[in-house]
Design a protein around this ligand. Structure first.
Ligand code: ZN
Ligand code: ZN
Length: 169
């Protein structure tokens, strides 16, 4: 969907509210199983001080699976939007600006790119999730399983090699 901004550009002080649901088909991320509430972008496009700005946020509730411990949990995201709209740019890669197509603002594309940029690259149930024991599969968030007292023999060899390297340096 696109929004025609011709009148906004021509009218100092003009404001236009928007509310737009994002297309889930293009928003699949590893670790996100489903959306309990699909991402919705909401805000205001305003012409102030000769500048067209779009402010608001994108909210979504997602069912996620932790990258480390595989626990499923619900995550609410609320990404702030603060974008300047421009008809032309000297530097098209300038992250503070979004380029209009003539009088048209491609709101789908703007919201989608903001959402994708704002998503974390790894999905964790909590910042310091300890994950699963690679040996017995126990959830290490719930306590030490005791496996580490018995190191993997391959790791022991590696540690030996590293020790040797340390000594030669
Ligand atoms: Zn976790
Ligand atoms: Zn273990």
């Amino acid at each position: 969907m696109s929004i025609n901004v011709r009148e906004l550009v021509r009218t100092p002080g003009a404001r236009l509210s928007f509310r737009h649901e994002l297309d889930l088909e293009r928003l699949s991320f590893p670790g996100v199983l489903s959306y309990s509430e699909p991402p919705v972008g909401e805000g205001v496009i305003a012409n102030s001080a000769d500048l067209l700005t779009l402010r608001g946020d994108i909210r979504a509730v997602m069912l996620c699976e932790c990258d480390r411990c595989c626990r499923r949990f619900e995550k609410t995201v609320d990404l702030p939007l603060d974008v300047r709209l421009a008809a032309e740019l000297e530097d098209e890669e300038d992250p503070d600006y979004y380029l209009l197509r003539g009088d048209e603002l491609d709101i789908d594309d703007l919201l989608e790119s903001s959402f994708i940029l704002g998503m974390d690259t790894t999905v964790l149930c909590r910042e310091d999730c300890k994950g699963l024991c690679p040996k017995c599969g126990a959830d290490l968030n719930e306590g030490d399983c005791g496996c580490r007292a018995d190191p993997d023999p391959r790791l022991a060899v590696l540690e030996q090699l590293l020790d040797d390297t340390d000594q030669t340096n």
